[in-house]
Each structure stands twice: as structure tokens, then as C-alpha cells.
Design a protein around this ligand. Structure first.
Ligand code: GRF
Length: 217
């Protein structure tokens, strides 16, 4: 069976990109990265892609001052030219317009470092600490025009532990991101994640999870 072609959009260090690169290296993984696209020429993730022999492109928003439509049209054309079928946002730090999101309806996903719909936006780890939640985590979701909205594909929860600061908590969440993103891509590539209105239905057997209590019983 042919593999689903991914386009990964980055702006920075690309640790989630690396997790996808590593997952795609397994012969039985049902997706492959066709292109890594960055809006920043100095994004470290571009080096990760090059090291893995993956095609890269830079479409800099700075080349389109005040002209977001032209910037997004250039990104869109670059992705289409590479045969991309699913766009994965992985630390891509530009807000996408409804036009771009519409071009990739149900073919554009994002990883966000919180258990959505809690803590949309930035600074999620400090806000989780300030709120006193006992679980935090990350979410992979289909993108809709509103920021950090859209049908949820998969989530990973991590405990908030005594003594955590935002850095420790961020590291714990990031580890979970690196496991969750490839898992969500696999579900999509295998046709097991089906968008149904505002929800994603997971098809096929899903083992039941036990309740997790924090602080532990
Ligand atoms: C991750 O925390 C991701 O959830 C958020 O941006 C960060 C990107 O990190 N959207 P990296 O570039 O993948 O290391």
C-alpha cells in the first residue's frame, strides 16, 4: 500500500518533526515525509530534515511584507508541488488564515501542548501550574480557522507533580508529544480516524484504559 505523504510545517527546533522522522523510518509506518517547510531559514528543524535526506523548503513571511495571502499561496503551491496529502503543523508559529485552512480541510493537523479545550494559546505550562490542574498534556487535532480549535484526534495526559516548574512540566509534556504525534498520524494514515462533524471517530478496536488518579490513591 502506498504511504500517506506528509508535509511538516515548522518554525524552530523541530523536536516533533524529529519524532515524525523517526516514526517514518520504520518500514511498516503508513506515512512518509514528502517535505519539511519552514517560514524561517535558520530553523534547526531544517537541519534535522536534511540529515534524514528529506526535501526542505523555506517560504519566509518576511518576503511578503503585509501580504499574508501571497505568503500562504506560496506555501500552498510548495506543498502541492511536493504531492503532500496531509499537512502537520509542528511548532509552526504563524497563524493560518481561513483561506489556507480551507485549502487543507481535514488534511491539516496540529499538536498543541495542553489538553484542549483547556489552555488554548501560548504559555500553556505556566497557566496549567497557576490553575492547579492535576493533569496536563497535549492534543493532536484537525485545524479550523479559530486558533487551537478543531476535532480532537488524540490526547496524552501527564501528571502535574509537586515541585514542578514550567520547564519540568514542559519537558514531561514534550516527551508525550513525541509519542502522540506519530500515533495520531498513524491513525489517520490507516483510515482509522474519521471526521464526523465536530468529532473524530476512531474506528477499529480500542482497548479500555483504567482510571488514573493524581495524587495517587
Ligand atoms: C511543541 O510544544 C508543540 O506542541 C507546539 O510548539 C512546540 C514545538 O516544539 N505547537 P518543536 O519545534 O517540535 O520542538
Amino acid at each position: 500500500m502506498s504511504k500517506l505523504k506528509l508535509g511538516v510545517l515548522i518554525s524552530g527546533r523541530g523536536s516533533n518533526l524529529q519524532a515524525l522522522i523517526d516514526a517514518c523510518a520504520a518500514p511498516d509506518f503508513p506515512a512518509e515525509i514528502a517535505l519539511v517547510l519552514s517560514n524561517k531559514a535558520d530553523a534547526f528543524g531544517l537541519e534535522r530534515a536534511a540529515k534524514a535526506g528529506i526535501a526542505t523548503a523555506v517560504v519566509s513571511h518576511r518576503d511578503y511584507p503585509g501580504d499574508k495571502p501571497a505568503f500562504e499561496a506560496a506555501m500552498n503551491a510548495t506543498l502541492r508541488d511536493s504531492g503532500v496529502e496531509l499537512v502537520c503543523l509542528a511548532g509552526f508559529m504563524r497563524l493560518l488564515s481561513p483561506w489556507f485552512v480551507g485549502q487543507w480541510h481535514n488534511a491539516l493537523i496540529n499538536i498543541h501542548p495542553s489538553l484542549l479545550p483547556s489552555f488554548k494559546g501560548l504559555d500553556t505550562h505556566q497557566r496549567a501550574l497557576d490553575t492547579g490542574v492535576r493533569f496536563h498534556g497535549c492534543t493532536v487535532h484537525y485545524v479550523r480557522p479559530e486558533m487551537d480549535e478543531g476535532p480532537i484526534i488524540a490526547q496524552a495526559a501527564v501528571p502535574v507533580l509537586p515541585g514542578d516548574d514550567a520547564h519540568r512540566l514542559a519537558d514531561r509534556v514534550l516527551d508525550s508529544e513525541h509519542r502522540l504525534y506519530p500515533h495520531a498520524v498513524r491513525l489517520i494514515a490507516e483510515g482509522r480516524a474519521r471526521v464526523d462533524g465536530d468529532l473524530v471517530r476512531i474506528e477499529g478496536p480500542v482497548p479500555e484504559l483504567a482510571a488514573v488518579v493524581n495524587p495517587p490513591l
